[in-house]
Ligand binder design. Structure first.
Ligand code: E4P
Length: 217
């Protein structure tokens, strides 16, 4: 399973990269705004800064909602760095733009996916990644993990190459459950990754080992 971090915060991206377990980064306009990155030039520069930290795919989201605008924006984003993946919304023109980019060998991530039918469309359009938002489904009392299971079954039935990128991951149990269900990738906050480190028996065991070592030395 690949681990992506869902943030535009350079310190957090560095921390995850330094752990040696990071495979990529996802961003969205809200995450950029949270870091105070505004204005086209600053946003484009920030994508390059992220690419220079992480070894792997970096999803950069288009703002346009029409096909021509998405193609124009996506082509400019793809020019920035060879690690850039064009993130497109799951709307009719987004599907059309996904097909346009996949036909040209440019990686895509179809975002804001909340149903198996939407995931099927993304795969048909040749998406590199599909992003089902599990946390946001859980927020409205709908089982987000069930969507991952349904997409896994559909993609396996037909051998689609599109990778299931479990998005809107909120905590460590989402990561573990997505791994059990066969999601190819997860993206979440740094805490959902570092939380996997924690177990009280690890801390107690280490404390005892070190204390016993000290007794004999
Ligand atoms: C996915 O690419 C999105 O950026 C993200 O995972 C959304 O997560 P949220 O629902 O926690 O905002």
């Amino acid at each position: 399973m690949k681990f992506f971090i869902d943030t535009a915060n350079l310190d957090q991206i560095k921390e995850a990269q330094d752990m040696g377990i990071l495979d990529g980064v996802t961003t969205n306009p809200s995450l950029m705004a949270k870091e105070g990155i505004t204005g086209t030039n600053n946003i484009l520069k920030h994508y390059v800064d992220i690419c220079n930290i992480v070894d792997g795919d970096v999803s950069a989201e288009v703002i346009s909602t029409d096909f021509e605008g998405m193609v124009r924006e996506g082509e400019a984003l793809a020019e920035l760095h060879d690690q850039i993946v064009i993130k497109l919304p799951m709307i009719k023109d987004g599907v059309k733009a996904c097909k346009y980019f996949s036909d040209r060998g440019i990686k895509t991530n179809v975002t804001l996916v909340f149903s198996p039918g939407q995931a099927l469309l993304a795969a048909k359009a040749g998406a590199t990644y599909v992003s089902p938002f599990i946390g946001r489904l859980d927020d409205i009392s709908t089982d987000g993990l069930n969507l991952i299971a349904e997409i896994r079954q559909i993609y396996d039935n037909y051998g689609f190459d599109t990778e299931i990128l479990a998005a809107s991951v909120r905590h460590t149990m989402h990561v573990i459950d997505c791994a059990k269900l066969g999601a190819d990738v997860m993206t979440g906050p740094l805490s959902s990754i570092t939380g996997l480190l924690k177990h009280p028996l690890t801390d107690i065991g280490l404390e005892k080992f070190l204390a016993d070592y000290k007794k004999g030395n």
